[in-house]
Design a binder for this molecule. Structure first.
Ligand code: TRP
Length: 463
């Protein structure tokens, strides 16, 4: 067991290198946060959960739960400077508590593997649409035609599986190259470029004639439509989109230079991520209404609305191709962060090289992903609990594992770590620090547990 002052945490170094600058870290976390969650998932879960009220709950969750969790993750990561499993064990011991906190890291590693298994399938779908757009098959197509293209594509496990394989291959490649060479370079231009294209699309969406309907759907809360299940979905979405609750941000925090402000970086990432999600919603919903589509259509929603919009636009082939390239990039930079904790763990615990670890974990994830590939075709009628294999993985990881991880992480930062340690990492004991600590000790853990228990029906209705 480590004595309390065995190592000065400020002198610990990560075995995997460090980000070259504060900006590099912000870009990497933003690259992790901005992904399919913003553009693919947010619009369709908002659509399935009735719009306005869901969006409001989601925003509240980002602010009062998501941000404190992210701050906790980064500070734990930087203090431990190991993979999430080793970091939790190390800090647990160092604070004079238990090494068993490593199981929180372990659950995160597992969650990352499970999430990436389906994330990669959707990432592959995005890649496929780069080619479909480039070939011009959406030009002038109507809703029925675009829907048919989508259904044919996901209906074939061979095609969907091939693109899943391609996407996993790309992810393994970058992770194998390591922190500075691999991860950093991918994000530098992707986020700004994506933002620009979304603004172009917004212009089109405003001109579609149904912008008001889209706006109303997203921002007129109708609380009668809100069930505890949708509140849980909103909270899960907040976790998913910010990449928190499983140690991805913790792993990135381990590579963070000592002098960087954690509070400032978190605010920057949360603002960028939320703006992109809202922007995506403002693009998609007007198009849904303009084309008589159903907002509750599910995971295929953006793969219909956006090609439709591009198909009607002058220069649509080019815009559409660029858009799906950028979305693939966004998915790619997120996928990397889902894999990094597992890979860092394998390197540190089992003495593997980075390349070996990336290939081993990557193959495992690929194999689990086959379950999701088949959920859209051969096994689409094989349903249990929440639906298909994909539906169950999605619910288990996003609505259960991530919030649970979030409770444990904030509890650890707020209650297990002493005041000195956390104040030291956050660089102050001022008002903002106190506010974070209050959120991390009380609001976030209690809030998450409450929503959770409500949604599974374990708390009685008082009204
Ligand atoms: N946030 C990413 C997105 O919105 C997905 C993601 C990357 C993620 N890393 C994560 C989700 C870690 C949960 C945990 O697409």
């Amino acid at each position: 067991m480590l004595s309390k002052q065995a190592v000065d945490p400020a002198k610990r170094r990560s075995l995997h290198g460090h980000w070259s600058s504060r900006m590099a870290f912000i870009l990497a976390v933003t690259g992790s946060a901005v992904g399919l969650g913003n553009i693919w998932k947010f619009p369709y879960v908002a659509g399935q959960n009735g719009g306005g009220a869901f969006v409001l709950v989601y925003l509240a969750c980002v602010l009062i739960i998501g941000m404190p969790v992210m701050i906790s993750e980064i500070l734990i990561g930087r203090r431990g400077r190991r993979n999430p499993v080793a970091t939790m064990a190390l800090l647990g011991a160092e604070e004079g508590k238990s090494r068993h906190w490593q199981w929180v890291g372990g659950m995160g590693v597992l969650a990352g593997i499970l999430i990436l298994s389906f994330y990669s399938v959707i990432g592959g779908w995005t890649l496929a649409y780069v080619f479909k757009s480039g070939m011009g098959i959406f030009t002038g197509a109507d809703a029925a035609a675009v829907t048919a293209v989508r259904d044919n594509f996901i209906g074939s496990w061979k095609v969907l599986g091939s693109f899943h394989t391609l996407f996993m291959g790309l992810t393994i490649y970058v992770v194998a190259r390591g922190v500075e060479r691999g991860l950093e370079q991918a994000v530098r231009f992707m986020v700004p470029a994506l933002l620009v294209l979304l603004v172009v699309l917004l212009g089109y969406s405003i001109s579609s004639g149904h912008f008001g309907d889209g706006l109303a759907f997203m921002f007129t809360p109708d609380f009668s439509k809100l069930t505890w299940d949708s509140v849980l979905a909103a909270m899960g979405q907040a976790f998913f989109t910010l990449s928190i609750g499983m140690g991805a941000v913790m792993a990135y925090g381990a590579y963070l230079p000592e002098e960087t402000s954690i509070l400032g970086s978190t605010a920057a990432v949360a603002i960028a991520d939320t703006s992109i999600a809202i922007l995506a919603g403002l693009v998609i919903f007007p198009l849904v209404f303009a084309n008589g589509l159903d907002p509750a259509d599910g995971p295929g929603l953006v793969f219909v609305t956006l090609p439709l919009a591009f198909g009607q636009m002058p220069g649509g082939v080019i815009f559409s191709t660029i858009f799906f390239v950028l979305l693939s990039f966004a998915a790619w930079t997120s996928a990397i962060s889902l894999m990094e904790p597992a890979v860092a763990w394998l390197i540190e615990h089992h003495n593997r090289t980075r390349a070996q670890a990336a290939v081993m974990i990557g193959l495992l994830i690929w194999a689990v992903g086959v379950g999701t590939v088949l959920s859209f075709n051969a096994l689409s009628e094989f349903k249990f609990l929440r639906g298909t294999i994909f539906d169950n993985l999605d619910h288990l990881t996003i609505n259960i594992m991530l919030p649970l991880g979030g409770v444990l992480i904030t509890f650890f930062a707020g209650w297990v770590m002493c005041r000195n340690s956390t104040a030291d990492e956050l660089g102050s004991a001022g008002a903002l620090y106190k506010f974070w600590r209050f959120l991390a000790r009380f609001v976030a853990p209690i809030g998450i547990l409450f929503v959770f228990l409500k949604a599974v029906g374990l708390l009685p209705d008082l009204s």
